[in-house]
Design a protein around this ligand. Structure first.
Ligand SMILES: [Zn+2]
Length: 216
């Protein structure tokens, strides 16, 4: 039986955090409403860019103490991520590497294992909006870089950005459903970027002889 004074609702008082308090429900709701207002005025975004913290970035590895892993240092990984995100945003927004930006909306989230992850939505001015397949190829590349002329990029792409290994030799890969890759890999070669019916273009993947064998 409950004692007098032991009811938790009798203690403290309810405080509603204002929109000026970063992270409060009202603050998040205001950001959402602002984003929807921007899309209403400037129409749908042109670019959706994601960026994920890499626990093997040298700036992180150099600061770990003996026996520590990146997972142990969210203070460190989030600071390094924030600096690199700012560098990316500077290239996108100030230097306009993909065109002049009219609207930028971005948010940083945390993955389940604690690494920062950024989502960036960008609306470009009308003359910079990608409108045909050549514009897509200027922004998106689904091919392996040239190992001899872009060796650093080749190493980054092959170590970080390739799907798999999956297929018959790796049936326990999470993407495998009923004996086939549910993501459709390996993709077929494609001489030109083409529009498809589901609004996702089929990106150019020329049969240029470049290959990569995953170390098993
Ligand atoms: Zn797969």
């Amino acid at each position: 039986m409950q004692q007098d004074g032991a009811n938790s609702t009798n203690f403290g008082r309810i405080v509603i955090l204002p929109t000026a308090f970063a992270g409060s429900p009202r603050h998040m709701n205001q950001l959402y409403q602002d984003s929807m207002a921007l899309v209403r005025k400037f129409r749908k975004p042109d670019l959706f860019i994601t960026m994920t913290c890499n626990p093997n970035w040298l700036e992180i590895l150099h600061e770990l103490r003996l026996g520590e892993e990146a997972n142990d240092r969210p203070d460190l990984t989030s600071r390094v991520f924030n600096m690199k995100l700012n560098a990316l945003l500077k290239n996108l927004l100030q230097n306009g590497v993909l065109g002049t930006t009219v609207v930028d909306i971005h948010v940083v989230e945390w993955q389940k294992r604690g690494l920062s992850h950024g989502h960036i939505l960008i609306i470009l001015r009308s003359q910079d909006k990608p409108s045909d397949n050549n514009d897509y190829d200027r922004i998106v590349c689904a091919e392996l870089p040239d190992k001899s002329t872009h060796s650093e990029l080749y190493n980054i792409v092959t170590s970080r950005m390739l799907h798999g290994p999956c297929g018959a030799l790796h049936p326990s890969c999470p993407c495998m459903v009923n004996g086939a890759c549910s993501k459709g890999y390996p993709k077929t070669f494609q001489p030109q970027t083409e529009d498809s019916t589901d609004s996702y273009p089929t990106y150019r993947r020329r049969d240029d002889g470049r290959t990569f064998t995953h170390p098993t």
